[in-house]
Design a protein. Sequence first.
Length: 451
Amino acid sequence: MDQRRAFELYDRFNEVNGIDLESFSHLDIKRGLRNADGTGVLAGVTNISNVHGYLVSDGSRVPDEGSLRYRGFDIYDLLGGADGDDDDRRFRFEEISYLLLLGDLPTQEQLDAYRAVLDEQRELPDGFTASMIMRNTPPDIMNVMSRSVLLLYAYDDRAEDRSPVHEIATAVSLISRLPRIMVLTYYAQQARYHNGSMIMHRFVPGQSTAETVLSMLRPDRSFTADEARMLDIMMSLHAEHGGGNNSTFTTRVLTSADTDAYSAYSAAMGSLKGRRHGGANHQVRAMQAEIKQNVAHWDNEGEVADYLRKIVNRDAYDRTGLVYGMGHAVYTKSDPRAVVCKRFAEQLAKGTEFEAELELLKSIELLTPEVMRTERNSKKAMCANVDMYSGFVYSMMGIPEELYTPLFACARMAGWAAHRFEEIVSGKRIIRPAYKSTYSAKRPYLPIDQR
């Protein structure tokens, strides 16, 4: 588009789309569907998970230790303990996705059958990789994954079926196929934009989802048991996080309109890609990289605090004043996902070159609340969120940054599906909040020659 010719199309963009903030306060609008104290506006009930981070006492929000439960089961129990030091080192993601989809933990026989179904579904339709993934590959993997989900609609002759049988079959097929789509897209992207090789490893039947990802991703297909275990933990932590997070709510909104499963899940991926949602992990890693470059002594808390003050005062990084990886909409004293992630990171980093960087991240977690108190006079309880350590864990495993959010999507597919099922059965009404127009009076219409 000729920008000179199109200038008038966008030169008043902010003016036309801006709304006086007093309009929100005057009408008591909950911007972002958030109450004044930061809590979410209650929009529904769910049996799928409980995200707990605070108590309400006499109308006030009181910080509390965070907890995350899937179908009533504490995440620490599901993962084998908060320290991860149990002797049973089996992979958990398949059990957790089964729990989310079907409501209870599987027996060994049920788990074996579920894993067999996942194996059966991993293959993509004939020609799909060449025509849908390798052709016109855009620079962002999330867009290809979203597009691929939409296009799989065309290969399903029952795509508009809303029956429980078809809904569960569709969800399981996507849980199975998305990791393969993700890895193939990564190599297609590398080939198109970075002069890399297009590697197309076959999946190995019988491997867990985490093993499958690493086996298809590594050029030599090698990985350690600890790496697979850590990736399994990360996917388990990302599998579900309540009905109010943006991508899950997106799934619910589209499902309430009675659209097909593929459209709902594709839209959820578009939401997760956002920099204020799943894509925030890129902001965290970029900020951490800047701190590493500008703090000479990572083990000196005074130097780290000084640079955090620059960030908070909008003198460093992206000048927003935000310390990415710190704070959460629900969690106050602790984010259980970050707790688990950090403890497993400590196990992986011990005795390696990553140990110093991990200590730096722990310093950022420790010092940021005090910096916020002194620089902003903030009394808000603040803890590290899962993004503080997730990118670091992936980097230790050699997983490219381009895959951080796609891995999140592969895991969260289970949670999205569970919420879609619940909305189909229990929602029964299209989600349709109200918006108030700021035009109180009718504007006079003028013929074109009088304007």
